[in-house]
Design a protein around this ligand. Structure first.
Ligand SMILES: [Zn+2]
Length: 447
């Protein structure tokens, strides 16, 4: 890999954290990081103009299970009227039982390319599908790394510990392909993966799938080692009421209460969903600095319920966004549904408003950029010196944005536009033009 040359970018508009500004020149170093922002400077480095485009930080998808892209258009009929999360899970397990390595890799690549076309430059892949059909071989872990490298995404491989098929129950059927036999075996594989990463684009995070998938002792052991290694830690928490009921029956406590009591929550801890978390549990979790990853489209598709996001914000939890089941890959849509679910649940508008002017788009855009960066432990999500040069270029001539002004552009994008308004993305200063309809593949354009 040759380092990308230094470049100075100037788009018509640049998002500098609070507003779009004109005349901002973004200097990108050969190391793929933003070196400086210049507003009034004569540079001897030639400026690369991005006419008709607005430059924003690339979007961060904190939570994905790429292989579930293979369920697209499936599991959406309900002949018995009995559709639930748990019947969806059966459809997912059927996919798991039949998948072979080549199809698994192809599904990852498909999802990752679609994510890039949806403006995503950093991804947290919550990866628990470890093995081929023949047994515990961890053969699929490196397939994820390879697919992400091919799509050019910055990847945090959230490698997942998964040992039980329910509290105190053995793995069954397709779940055996998720198996991590012990914390020691898990960390051995993490060491092996650490030597297979393609830095600086790839890094590791530690994960216990959920309290359904590990004993408390294993959870504590995996978490303690993740702290020792300075890794971010993620876990599914309280997406479904049944998980809470099972946990209460087994331990006399909710999953979130156990997290608060047993683990050292910090801004490097991310709980995914928290759809049914008790307010007092969330208060304690948020006060400790924990993140909550919301996956609005998946939570709607699976009929999970509506999370108490205002309580999360009041508690001080960091908010971020994931695409989870990848039933639809659009962060713009995830952002607007983060607010819309709250509107439908509360019969009011502007639930996630921020600042004196009550802006909603800013809250959800921060979740999809700075909030995601925090949850993944990455220097991304802002156009600022020291951050990676990961950008999203928006097409200011996109029909969906017609009528925009500097003041309304972010709202128009978040509430009115789809992926077609996204012109290109850069990861570490390497640009990829968005896939055009009818084009056979992605054109890679180096500066
Ligand atoms: Zn998930």
């Amino acid at each position: 890999v040759t380092p990308s040359p230094a470049q100075v970018l100037e788009a018509d508009l640049t998002w500098t954290g609070d507003a779009f500004e004109r005349g901002v020149r973004v200097e990108v170093g050969a190391d793929g990081r933003i070196a400086a922002l210049h507003r009034t400077v004569a540079n001897d480095v030639p400026v690369r103009r991005l006419p008709g485009r607005a430059l924003l930080p690339g979007l961060v998808d904190v939570h994905s299970h790429a292989f579930q892209r293979g369920l697209r258009g499936r599991g959406e009929t309900f002949p018995e009227g009995a559709g639930s999360f748990w019947t969806w899970r059966e459809a997912m397990y059927a996919l798991v039982e039949r998948l072979e390595a080549e199809e698994f890799r192809a599904l990852c690549l498909q999802a990752f390319r679609e994510l890039r076309a949806a403006g995503v430059t950093s991804l947290g892949e919550f990866h628990y599908f470890h093995h081929g059909k023949s047994g515990v071989d961890f053969a699929y872990d490196e397939l994820v790394l390879a697919a992400a490298a091919e799509a050019g995404l910055r990847l945090v491989l959230l490698n997942t510990y998964y040992r039980t098929g329910g509290i105190g129950q053995p793995l069954a059927g397709g779940q055996r392909r998720f198996a991590t036999p012990s914390p020691a075996a898990y960390w051995e594989q993490m060491d092996r993966l650490a030597s297979r990463l393609a830095p600086p684009l790839q890094s590791l995070g530690a994960v216990v799938h959920s309290l359904r998938a590990a004993s408390l002792a294993d959870l504590e052991a995996v978490f303690a080692e993740s702290r020792r290694r300075g890794l971010v830690f993620h876990m599914h928490v309280e997406e479904q009421r049944k998980e809470i009921e099972d946990c209460l029956a087994a331990y006399g406590k909710t999953p979130m209460a156990l997290v608060n009591e047993r683990l050292e929550v910090s801004e490097r801890f991310t709980s995914v969903h928290c759809t049914h978390s008790a307010p007092e549990d969330m208060d304690r979790y948020g006060a400790a600095g924990g993140n909550v990853c919301l996956c609005p489209l998946t939570e709607a598709n699976l009929g999970d319920g509506i999370a108490d996001v205002p309580r999360m914000r009041a508690a001080g939890a960091g908010l971020c966004i994931g695409t989870d089941s990848n039933a639809r890959l659009s962060i713009l849509e995830e952002m607007r549904w983060m607010e819309y679910a709250q509107r439908l649940g509360s019969e009011s508008r502007g639930v996630l408003r921020a600042g004196p002017e009550g802006e909603v788009a800013r809250t959800v855009f921060r979740a999809a950029t700075e909030g995601g960066a925090r949850a993944l432990g990455l220097a991304v999500g802002r156009i600022a010196a020291g951050c990676w040069a990961d950008f999203l270029a928006v097409d200011l001539a996109a029909p969906a944005l017609a009528g925009w002004t500097e003041e309304t552009l972010l709202d128009a994008l978040v509430f009115g536009a789809g992926n077609e308004a996204l012109a290109a993305t850069a990861v570490g200063g390497e640009w990829v033009e968005r896939l055009n309809p009818g084009e056979a593949g992605f054109s890679r354009r180096n500066s």
